[in-house]
Design a protein around this ligand. Sequence first.
Ligand SMILES: [Zn+2]
Length: 424
Amino acid sequence: MITREQIHELAQFEDEGACALSFYFQPTTPRNKAHKEEAILTKDLAREVLRQLEGRDFEGKSKTKTKNKCESARADLDRIVRLSQELRGNGAHAKAVFACSAQKFWRQYDLPAHLSGTQLLVDRHFHLKPLTQLLASLPSLGIVLVDRHRARLFELRLGELTERMDFFHPLPHRGRSDGFKGYDGGHAERRVADEVRQHCKTVADVLKEALDKGMFEHWILGCQDTHWPQFAAQLHSYASQKLLGRFTAEVAHVSRDEIRSQAERIFADSQKKRCDDALRETLSQARSSGRGVTGLRRVLRSLESGEVQTLLVGQSYHSQAVECAGCGHLDAHLVSFCPVCGRETREVVDVAEAILPRVISHNIELFYVSDDAEFDKVGNIAALLRFRSEQNTSNVRPINQAPPNPSVSRRAGLVGRYRGLASG
Ligand SMILES: [Zn+2]
């Protein structure tokens, strides 16, 4: 499965010759007759991409250069088609391939089979929207199960549940040697209470360390209601803030499926709430001309000046823009020349895709918003700002020079935050 560092690497990749291939393979269910069609579909997609490449006139470039470009992309496409044939019948995982043989770049990743479909695209950057949407919908979480003397720590990442630790602290044996009821009995009870407290503290320390190391950004707890106060008393305040929710579970008996489904439910609820809160705050801040902006033009400007903390984009938002070939400036006005550096611009078919590399490399929290009437009214794109700079044209600068987002550490969140990627 893909890591945050790998996603950053993909976001930073650029091919001047626009031969960066992104292939997303979503398997059909096993035994489905469509397996054969999957491979045929990939072949068709590859043929289409090749046609696009051959049809391009590389302005100012020689025919030989164009031909070389096509040849190198063709090698990647052949390899992708071969791979898709091997993938037939592999119903459990989806696959993503990012390739550019001109730069000797090839990365392939297994993904949970939750992609909207199989796609193959070629451009200057990799196509990251399916990946960011996937990451936004899937949790990256720690899960702690605890009772009075046992605890287990799991990690849930991209649909895969892994047990990381298992602690078992036997309670002191209480037998006849505890002596008479009364003084000795009370003493034994206190000893048990101490042991339980020590056990909870050990688990809380391990959890804090995991959070500090960035193993996961948030966590959830499974325990009996009666054990919660004892454990809560030992939690570090930082860990308490990162707790998304709690479910009732018996440490020794809960099944993996139960853990996963409880975690996914709690995560989905908390994501929805975080997204709603961010949206309401952004809209209210925008209305009062505070730390919120709406509409593509203002959002692009805020991205370029490094002000954006959280970006909200409609699930099916689509809009054109232009991008400067020189400085990377994105402009909502379809101007032929860059207002920043004067170089020629080129068309960007989907601006929601074009902004992703910046969103990812600057660790901007990203939410995809679905069906919200108020959001629709303001253009289906908005941003919550960390600060608001004086906005005049003189401070427009290319986005690749915008300062990184210091409020968010690199290890924090997903592209779900795309980071949750955004979300998460
Ligand atoms: Zn420019």
